[in-house]
Design a protein around this ligand. Sequence first.
Ligand code: C5P
Length: 312
Amino acid sequence: MTKSQVGSPQERPSAVTIRAPAKINLILRILDRRSDGYHNLWSIMQTVGLEDELFIRLAPPTGGIRLTCNAETLAVDQSNLVYKAASAVLDRMQQSVGLDIELRKRIPMGAGLGGGSSDAAATILGLNHLLQVGWSRDQMAEVGQPLGSDVPFFLFSPSAVVAGRGEAVKPMTIEGRRWVLLIKPGFGVETKWAYQELAAMREAVRPLSAGHAELDQRKVIRWPQLATLAENDFEAPVFARHGILREIKQTLRAQGAEFALLSGSGATVFGLFHEEAAARRAQTQFERDKQLQVFVVSTCSGPLAVSLGATV
Ligand code: C5P
């Protein structure tokens, strides 16, 4: 397969493959509630090498959109974010094409890892290429934003400051690479519930700290700076309900993680390690508990990319 980045001129392919990475929130502050019911947030997000895979093939127009998926618990009908993203692109293009889409899930669901949003972003990116739409990343983000708050980020990944409802994305560089140990318990956390709990338990919205405001202006950040500024507002309400997640965080720190944090609204807790060997040693500790899904991956250094052809 040949690989190409967004926007490079190619002959019209008949199929594309896109890898859709998970994300972690290195910082996540939830600010005021807006008049549309959503919250303004401020986050530093980073993609990591735990990936779903999407194969999209052109098919006869009569077939419409046909989606298949290896995860039995995930509906493949019009409620699926991949289906919604493909519909949104076709509606705007007014193109009469059929699509066969195969989604291979690896990213756990209800995990705070942005898997559904990443799949939606990958679908838009893949179709932009397959159908030679010629949208910029901003235009793709605009199409994806109504589908989920994290969709725009993935179109500007691997690292970005994200604000507003999630639509204000400023790409930046985090120098160097880290190993990430992801621990997903046997349950998920519903994002809407986490927002409600947070709103119910806090008395006032804390403004952005001076340290975070300073990071907001930076184009390049170093990992040690993040270690001192990492925090997630969802930890208070989510840890209050699921004490096991606080214990996982403490164990990650005890195992030598530079820092450990809940990702998104959970339920995944991750630890950041300088060395792969240290992350693998910690992994073996957690793998004794069969309730947990455990992954060691590295932080991504490049954007979402489209490969021509389908690997299946
Ligand atoms: O957009 P997404 O599907 O990720 O949002 C799930 C839910 O989380 C929303 O219905 C909303 O209740 C809440 N949310 C919010 N503010 C945001 C993002 C999500 O209140 N910025």
